[in-house]
Ligand binder design. Structure first.
Ligand SMILES: [Zn+2]
Length: 92
């Protein structure tokens, strides 16, 4: 998985985690406590998944150092080795 794909995947994880956690608000009835709890843990698991993907794959393809974290923050250059992170197609 390249870093751009990793960025998209982790963003997807964060978005779905928000949906899951917001979804818990719709299960207020005591009989739905279990559903609420499961949804909440799914949300937490998705956040952790997103962070893990970022830590493992959100790296410069040249020097393998971690890139800056941030939502949809895709740097043009690696902050460490200054390698251009844009593909040839994007430079045009
Ligand atoms: Zn680099």
């Amino acid at each position: 998985m390249d870093y751009k794909k990793a960025g998209q995947v982790s963003n997807w994880f964060f978005i779905t985690s928000i949906i899951a956690i917001v979804g818990t608000l719709f299960f207020k009835d005591p009989s739905q406590r279990m559903t609420q709890l499961i949804l909440f843990f799914i949300g937490i698991a998705l956040i952790i998944g997103g962070i893990v993907v970022r830590i493992i794959f959100w790296r410069c393809p040249k020097c393998k150092k971690m890139l800056t974290l941030g939502y949809r923050l895709e740097p043009d250059k690696c902050p460490r080795c200054r390698a251009s992170l844009l593909s040839d197609e994007e430079k045009k």
